[in-house]
Design a protein around this ligand. Structure first.
Ligand code: KIV
Ligand code: ZN
Length: 388
């Protein structure tokens, strides 16, 4: 059975925590409007109790994003944070309070210095209070992947009974591995279905060992029906789960993951570039889906195959994410077929028996360079007549 996978974007909260990535209000509004075009289901836009600037930004964005968007902001399990969230979101059409509280041994002992029971009560009371203010409440068990299962489940039972509508399982420090994280989500989902099948099960992964996308997808396969992501995977330390990777992963394998998202994938590329430009954070060139080289092919064998049929080496069409068309990058490893394809694009007609000579001239030039640009080919061909 195919289920809808909800996508929450946290570029404007977890993503904006990257040092130097802070945006002003105008930039935040521009990104938020682009996220509306991308059709994310929910967006998390700040931590209102952290500063007046954040409070005002959450307030302005929540009014600007329209009826259909669930807009949320984060706070700790304390009344003052929940009040700040409420005040900043109260004019939104579709607001949600997001509460985070640690559940792992290390958080309980080292951070809070309270007993597990006291922390659990704090969480349950926070949800009860939030629920008295707004109908939609998400509860995150911070550092869930390093928590004891029994304690976590007892907490989930308590906060669901208190009214939480979404349970979020974060891999806060990027500690999880896909198979184990999948099993954890399976077990939670199994119990949650009996406790209250209407509660959404969400995951939020960090990329400390490069596994955020894999862990998120393993969770989806095992029952999670909401994923938390950022554009270009930006976020604390090594970043968060990258929205574009998870969305395209599910799109490529809908049966395997048993679901679909309603993301407007054609908006992925422009959203990626807007976030990169406003935050001043370059997209890694080989970044999956949105990197500069994601659709550039440079080896001779691949170029030859692609010129025969794109399907040979292309699993996603650049236009599916709104990116410029596939690019053949000429290097000394490019074959004749790719080189002549570019030469013909510049209006040259070369008879078969002359091709080896021109190709040899190209190879001598290419051996001196990392990459051959269009103007290098133009300059090389200036030495030949248009029909040769
Ligand atoms: O990484 C984390 O645990 C978080 C929570 C607030 C969901 O960002
Ligand atoms: Zn996080």
């Amino acid at each position: 059975m195919s289920k809808k996978i909800y996508v929450l974007d946290t570029t404007l909260r977890d993503g904006e925590q990257v040092p130097g990535a802070k945006l002003n209000l105008e930039e935040k509004l521009e990104v938020a409007k682009q996220l509306v075009k991308l059709k994310v289901d929910m967006m998390e836009v700040g931590f209102p109790s952290s500063s007046n600037g954040d409070f005002e930004a959450v307030k302005a964005i929540s009014k600007a994003v329209g009826q259909d968007m669930i807009v949320t902001a984060l706070g700790r399990a304390v009344t003052s944070d929940i009040d700040a969230i409420y005040e900043s979101l109260k004019e939104a059409a579709n607001p949600m309070i997001h509460i985070v509280l640690g559940s792992s041994g290390v958080h309980l002992e080292k951070k809070f210095k309270k007993t597990p029971q006291q922390i659990m009560e704090m969480g349950i009371n926070a949800v009860k209070y939030a629920k008295s203010l707004m109908p939609q409440v998400q509860y995150s068990l911070e550092d869930a992947s390093r928590s004891s299962f029994d304690y976590m489940w007892e907490t989930i039972e308590g906060v669901v009974r208190a009214g939480a509508t979404i349970i979020n399982i974060p891999d806060t420090v990027g500690f999880a591995v896909p198979e184990e994280f999948g099993k954890l989500i399976y077990k939670i989902n199994d119990r949650l279905m009996n406790l209250n099948p209407n509660v959404i099960l969400s995951v939020h992964c960090h990329n400390d060992t490069g596994l955020a996308t894999a862990n998120t997808l393993a969770a989806v396969r095992n029952g999670a029906n909401k994923v938390e992501c950022t554009i270009n995977g930006i976020g604390e330390r090594a970043g968060n789960t990258s929205l574009e990777e998870v969305v395209m992963g599910i799109k490529l394998h809908p049966e395997y993951y048993g679901g679909y998202t309603t993301i407007e994938t054609k908006e992925i590329y422009s959203t990626s570039r807007l976030v990169s430009a406003t935050m001043g954070l370059d997209v890694q060139v080989n970044k999956a889906i949105t990197g500069e080289n994601a659709f550039a092919h440079s080896s001779g064998i691949h170029q030859d195959g692609l010129l025969k049929s794109k399907e040979v080496y292309e699993i996603i069409e650049p236009q599916d994410i709104g990116a410029p068309p596939m690019e053949l990058v000429l290097t000394a490893r490019s074959g004749r077929h790719a080189f002549m394809h570019i030469v013909e694009r510049f209006g040259y007609q070369v008879v078969e028996k002359k091709i080896p000579e021109i190709y040899e001239a190209f190879l001598s030039m290419a051996d001196q360079k990392k990459e051959v640009y269009d103007y290098d080919v133009v300059r090389l061909m200036e030495g030949y007549p248009k029909s040769y």
